[in-house]
Write a new protein. Structure first.
Length: 114
């Protein structure tokens, strides 16, 4: 016999605890590092935005104020937005080239068996 008592339930509990600890602690560390990185990035974005606002280069804020002024005067923000977007899309679209004549077209419908 063995010099210790065999207790399978206790062995199962200890093994489960070891497995849980070996998985949860590293995962917690990963989440902590992810949170710290996210917070640093958020803070850097905030600082850059504040610098832009203080220097007067915040075009988003100016555009937003202009839109609110137009809406207060009875204008529609949607129509102007669509007009700008479609104009921008047309300007950036590649030029369409005419399709060269490829010769006679084969009509496969005439070969269909009836």
């Amino acid at each position: 016999g063995l010099p210790w008592e065999l207790n399978l339930l206790e062995d199962q509990k200890v093994g489960g605890g070891i497995g849980w600890a070996s998985g949860s602690f590293p995962l917690g560390l990963v989440f902590l590092l992810l949170f710290i990185g996210w917070r640093r990035d958020d803070r850097a974005t905030e600082v850059a935005y504040e610098k832009r606002v203080e220097s007067g280069e915040d075009h988003d804020w100016e555009s937003y104020n202009e839109m609110l002024a137009r809406m207060a005067a009875g204008g529609s923000a949607r129509e102007e937005f669509e007009e700008k977007e479609f104009r921008r899309a047309e300007e950036s679209a590649p030029e369409e080239k005419p399709v060269e004549d490829a010769g006679p077209v084969l009509d496969l419908r005439s070969r269909r068996k009836r």
